[in-house]
Structure formats: C-alpha cells, structure tokens
Design a protein around this ligand. Structure first.
Ligand code: ATP
Ligand code: MG
Length: 333
C-alpha cells in the first residue's frame, strides 16, 4: 500500500477545530487505503520551548486525540517523533542541500519570527521546514494530508527531494500535498482573517476540542461577523460568516447553498450561530470523553506509541540508510 505521513505539534493542551477539520478528518479517511504514519511532532514543538512537564503531558494528550478522532492503531502507525532518531539524522543531511535564502523565504517563519522578535527567535524555528521534510521523506510518503498553511513547506519538501535525487541518484519519493478544498483553513472566530492556531497569543477565536462545550458555545456566540446582518456566501466581504458557513457545512454535510437558503431574511446571525454551536458540541463532546478515557490509563496509550515507534524505525531506518549511502557516508561496519 502507498504510504502517507502527517503530524501535529503538541503545542497546546488541546487541538482546535481547524486541526480536526483541516487535517484529521482526512487522516481518518485515508488510513483505509494507505499505510498511514501519524506522528506527534514534539521536536517541532520544542521550537516554542514549553516547559518539560507540559511537553510530556501534551505529547500524550495529542496522541490521545489522534485516537479519539478516529485513528485506529491497528491500521495506522501512531508514534512520537523524538522516539525515532532518524528524523533529526536525516534533517541534518537535508539542511546541507537547503539554501539559506530558500529557508528564509518560508512565510510561516517570517510570521512567527516577526511576532517574537529576532532575539527570541531560535534557529530551530528557522530549520523547522527541513525537519518536516525529513519527517515526510523518511517514510517514502506519496501523499501528505495537511491544511493550507503547510503548502509552502510541502513545496520545499518536494524541491529538496528532487534536488537530492538529482545530485545523489534516486533516493526519495516525491510527495504530493493532500489539502482539503473547503476546510483547509479554518479561521479564528475572533479574527476571521487569521487562521485558528494553537500557539496564537489570543486564544479567544479558537474552538478547542477539549474545552468545556459551554466555553466553545460562548466563543461561537461572540464570533466576529459584520453589520449587514444577512447570511450570504461572500468570503471576500463577509469572512466571518463564510467561516461559520464552512464549519457548518463540514460538520453537517449540508451544502453551503442550502444552509444559506435556510437562513434567508434579516437578523439570522444568532440562529446560524446556534446551529454551528450545536454541531460543534456534537463532535466535540464524545471526542473529549474518549480522550479522558484514554488518558485515564496512559499505559495502554504508551504501549501503542512504543509499538508505533518500533514500526516507524523499521521504515525510517531503511530510508535513512539509503540516504547515508547516497551521500557517501562510510558505513559503520
Ligand atoms: P501552531 O500554532 O503551534 O503552529 P497549529 O494550530 O498551526 O499550531 P500544527 O500542529 O502546526 O497546528 O498543524 C497540525 C495540522 O493542522 C497541519 O496539517 C496544519 O496544516 C493543520 N492546521 C493548522 N491550523 C489549521 C487551520 N486553521 N485550518 C485548517 N487546518 C489547520
Ligand atoms: Mg502550525
């Protein structure tokens, strides 16, 4: 079976609805036909330096959310990035074929570093996309299910794989991005021009999967819209309403045009928000309950991660050996 790989950073105590709709829903669908690898990318999360106890806790919570969202460890390999040292090993090799200017053009780096200032920006944040390329290339992944914000990083991965193959001979599979069309970018409810983001300073616009339902209902009721008070599909001029419509359509399966038709007339924002709130709670409540169940016995979860790491290392070890050989590293024995 062809392989896929994807991951999320343990940068928060909970995933948000954007992670779920933009990435996880696709993961669950794709695990049926692909040999799927889902990784908790703790090394990436280290770029924002959380405290150690929090890192450990969030790594488990993130893995638990993979399972709660429908990843089946019997079908897919679920593991923690730092358990598989090949990721950092390949990242070094790839960093030596990445141009400095090429890395400096990554818009996510520019955004995140400009928010932090150059003193507080670490080199890990800069080389992050190279580690991400290693994550993907180590598994010969043919497709990578991610949200729109990862498109540029995926493009870099493809460039690096192609460059390596040209320079050293065919070694890596060139992966295709697999980005959903409607839910690739779920926006913040507080600022519909910015995406929901785990590490955003302002969390008031994020619908967190593990928050109390009433906290999310409150955020939906307070969602920024506009003053014309008409429910219409106009992403350019009505980004807040477009975001709510997209969330509704993704969760209900109802086409946007049908939803809009049901909310014809003045002053229907409250009613639309009410339906969105019900739909969000409907997925979130069982998700949260399942995570709590999994965390109650972390032994089972840790066993799944240990097994996943073994399987991941089997594949990653083989691909790393190919790359080491290609660049001419002398075999250890
Ligand atoms: P951080 O702010 O720490 O970078 P994040 O919310 O961007 O967190 P990641 O762990 O970086 O989450 O990304 C996990 C997956 O979720 C990726 O596939 C990414 O493309 C996707 N994703 C992140 N934010 C959104 C969003 N707002 N809408 C849709 N998909 C998203
Ligand atoms: Mg991110």
């Amino acid at each position: 079976r062809p392989r896929i790989l994807s991951g999320m950073q343990p940068t928060h105590d909970s995933l948000h609805l954007g992670n779920y709709l933009g990435a996880q829903v696709n993961w669950v669908a794709m695990q049926e036909e692909f040999d799927a690898f889902f990784c908790v990318v703790d090394q990436h999360a280290l770029t924002v330096s959380p405290d150690p106890a929090q890192m450990r806790q969030r790594t488990r919570v993130t893995a638990a959310q993979y399972l709660a969202g429908g990843i089946d460890p019997e079908k897919s390999t679920v593991f923690v990035q730092s358990h598989v040292p090949e990721h950092s090993q390949l990242a070094w090799v790839l960093s030596c074929i990445t141009g400095f200017g090429e890395a400096a053009r990554m818009t996510q780096f520019k955004d995140k570093s400009s928010k932090r200032g150059s003193e507080a920006t670490n080199v890990g944040l800069f080389t992050y996309p190279i580690l991400m390329a290693a994550d993907i290339l180590l598994y010969d992944a043919t497709a990578v299910p991610v949200g729109e914000d990862q498109r540029q990083h995926l493009e870099l991965t493809r460039d690096l794989a192609g460059r390596f193959n040209t320079r050293y001979g065919d070694t890596f599979v060139i992966p295709e991005p697999h980005i959903p069309s409607e839910t690739a970018k779920i926006m913040s409810l507080a600022d519909p021009l910015a995406k929901m983001s785990k590490s955003a300073d302002n969390q008031s616009g994020n619908l967190m999967m593990l928050d109390e339902p009433k906290a999310n209902i409150k955020k939906i009721k307070a969602a920024v819209t506009d003053t014309d008070n008409e429910v219409r599909w106009a992403p350019e001029t009505k980004p807040g309403i477009a975001n709510l419509l997209r969330i509704h359509a993704a969760l209900s399966g109802e086409p946007v045009a049908d939803i809009v038709a049901r909310f014809e007339g003045p002053n229907r924002y409250g009613a639309l928000k009410g339906e969105v709130a019900d739909l969000v709670v409907e997925v979130q409540a069982p998700f949260k309950a399942r995570v709590e169940e999994l965390l109650a016995d972390p032994g089972e979860l840790d066993a799944i991660l240990a097994k996943g790491a073994d399987r991941a290392r089997e594949v990653a070890g083989g691909v790393l050996a190919r790359a080491y050989d290609a660049v001419g590293f002398l075999p250890a024995r």
